[in-house]
Design a protein around this ligand. Structure first.
Ligand code: PLP
Length: 399
């Protein structure tokens, strides 16, 4: 049979990087592009804490260069369990933890063990795009529940309930949220968990931004899930400034004990298919958990100042108001009425005319339309230049 691509790749898209080739092309022609598309603090003036870098060197020199256990280095799993007890109120031990190559891989594992073709997974709308992409690869069907902009992008629990069907397997929660920056209240989380419990769904809680919170109290699903099984996903990319190191983890909480053990076993089996995460990086991550949280207050202070600046500038551009993000480092303004037909066209023209790269809201699935996502990671002077350009662009075309 002549070679042809598998049908499933037709649906593989990742909006966050879609226009990067065009941006690079503009740079080759001598233009200065301001990138506000990727949630990577290390592309700006943030760096991996020094003790973590030193621990990596030491791990390599001391011979931690072999394959680790597939579920992860034992000492790291201990340190992760300790962190999750402290930060998230999770009642877990090292045995519950599976170390992954980023939360990206954890998403892949969870979808792989949960979805048969035709099964549905409830995702926040708008959603981090990897969720629908990976769900589709396994033949699953993403179903988006609405998050309400007028309520700070909090999930519409009635919509969640309406969208549960006989094929629904799992309910994904991302808190703090990408792309909206929303921080969910304990009440909203409890209501979501109640829906999941009622329909015996698996809760998947992505908590990668857990310590990047500017105001309000973050509550972990790990501390709330009593009568429903949950998988918590977390990682080192954002809070510990280790994006390129590719390290994350997951763990199952299941107090009722109905599916937890089988689920963990299946997840470990998935982990075995790729042998292990990088062993020296895992050793360095122990240092991140033990000593490196000292960078957090300074990091949050910088980010808060940048958030406030971007929010204020956007609120001065008619039609571009945004909900003030309470966590993560994204802001999700509306786009004003103008001579662009869609948020995608707005993004493309903003890039070609003013050399600012943002991400079109429709790239985050249903309910993202009519918005764009920007990161507020760069220093103020870069943000100022970017927002001057956005303002000029909108003034030229809006109305
Ligand atoms: N989950 C969310 C909500 C994210 O925003 C990201 C990255 O932006 C990821 C997962 C992927 O993170 P990692 O670098 O751990 O693969």
């Amino acid at each position: 049979m002549p070679f042809s691509l598998a049908e499933r790749v037709g649906g593989v898209r990742y909006a966050i990087r879609e226009f990067v080739p065009l941006a690079r092309e503009l740079e080759r022609k001598g233009h200065r592009v301001i990138y506000l598309n990727i949630g990577d603090p290390l592309k700006y003036d943030f760096d991996t804490p020094r003790p973590v870098k030193e621990a990596l060197y030491e791990a390599v020199v001391r011979g931690y260069n072999f394959y680790s256990a597939s579920e992860g280095d034992g000492e790291l799993r201990e340190a992760i369990a300790e962190r999750e007890r402290r930060v998230s109120g999770a009642d877990i031990t090292a045995d519950d933890v599976v170390v992954t190559q980023g939360v990206s891989e954890a998403i892949n594992f969870v979808m792989a063990v949960s979805l048969d073709p035709g099964d549905e997974v409830l995702l926040p709308g708008p959603s981090y795009p990897l969720y629908p992409v990976i769900a589709r690869i396994y033949g699953g069907k993403p179903v988006f529940y609405r998050c309400l902009e007028e309520e700070g992008w909090s999930p519409d629990v009635d919509d969640v309930r309406r969208k549960v069907s006989e094929r629904t397997k799992a309910l994904v929660i991302i808190n703090p949220n990408n792309p909206t920056g929303a921080l969910y209240s304990e009440r909203a989380l409890r209501e979501m968990l109640d829906v999941a419990a009622e329909h015996k769904l698996l809760v998947v809680s992505d908590e990668i931004y857990d310590q990047i919170v500017y105001e309000g109290v973050r509550v972990s699903v790990a501390s709330l899930a009593k009568d429903v099984p949950a998988v918590i996903l977390n990682g080192f990319s954002k809070v510990y400034l280790m994006t390129g190191w590719r390290l994350g983890y997951l763990y199952v909480v299941d107090e009722a004990g109905e599916v937890g053990e089988a689920l963990t076993r299946a997840l470990v089996n998935m982990a075995r298919t790729r042998l292990c995460a990088s062993t020296p990086v895992q050793r360095a991550a122990i240092a991140a958990l033990r000593v490196a949280e000292e960078h957090l207050p300074g990091m949050l202070e910088k980010l808060r100042e940048r958030r406030d600046y971007v929010w204020k500038r956007l609120s001065e551009i008619p039609g571009m108001e945004a909900v003030l993000p309470r966590g993560a480092f994204y802001i999700f303004p509306r786009i004003p009425k103008g001579d662009w037909g869609s948020d995608r066209e707005f993004t493309l023209r903003l890039l070609t005319e003013e050399r600012v790269l943002v991400v079109h809201g429709s790239g985050f699935g249903q309910f993202g339309e009519g918005h764009v996502r920007m990161v507020f990671l760069p220093p103020i002077e870069v943000l100022e230049e970017a927002l001057d350009r956005v303002e000029r662009f909108v003034k030229r075309h809006a109305g």
